[in-house]
Design a protein. Sequence first.
Length: 314
Amino acid sequence: MSDLPSCTHTPVDDSTLDGPQHAYDTSSGSATLAAGSLTLVATPIGNLGDISARAIATLNAADVILCEDTRVTAKLLKTYNVSTPTQILHDHNEEGRIPGLLSRLQSGARMALVSDAGTPLVSDPGFRLARAAIAEGLNVGAVPGPNAATLALTLSGLPPHPYLFSGFAASRSSARRSQFAVLRAAEQAGFSATLIWYEAPHRLLDMIEDLIAVFGADRQAAVARELTKRFEEVRRGTLTELQTHFTQTAPRGEITVLVGPFEGDSAPSEEDLDSRLRSALKTHSVKDAAALVAGAINLPKRVVYARALELGKE
């Protein structure tokens, strides 16, 4: 017989404990999907080991899996021996497929929806279908999991909350700067948050140049790429330091860009004004450059326009 004293576990009454308590649901080993339900299932953003047991069980229990690209999803399903049939649902066919999919859900079909990577609807297809299903009173649920934006935020070293995720920025510089100027104007009105975007590697340097033009060269930022994959990298520093690094080292892979909240005096220096205007004048007329910069800094439009005219003559 063991010399160790016996131990009896006594359940704890959560109501007697101070502070909020977290209770886990341990029924994750299997999934029973209700008839006529749509379940949004998060999948790995890189490392296949990041999928949850509940996600696999849900994919197995579904009658059909809606996915962006059947070839991409097939790799995941093969790894975990999921034999559920797949059908394509992407930005170009989602609107047209909604009536048929709703009809099948109303007839009792159990559907799972995945994106190529990460959490569905976050910069991926599915929002229009989910909204339509909700409007019809159908059962819409989700299995949470990986998300590049929130993972990048936790690794960035920037304030984790509040944060604003804006998906992909516009592909054209003029439209991108206009988007950034709206956020900068909000900062001048008191808004403060870490800003997050996804970006393609071939546009990263152009995006950083636009960020510098609107938010300033010394704004703290981070670029996270290839998260959870073999060549994962999180580069931190000022926007200028990031620009220098990625000028010397071509960016590759899937990229998340983060810009820290504004700190310090909102009044720009003369050098800062000139730097922003010169950058904007490279791609805009004097009038448009002045309007863009005036929206990003705390100065009257007439003052910025007068200075833009002077610089435009140089």
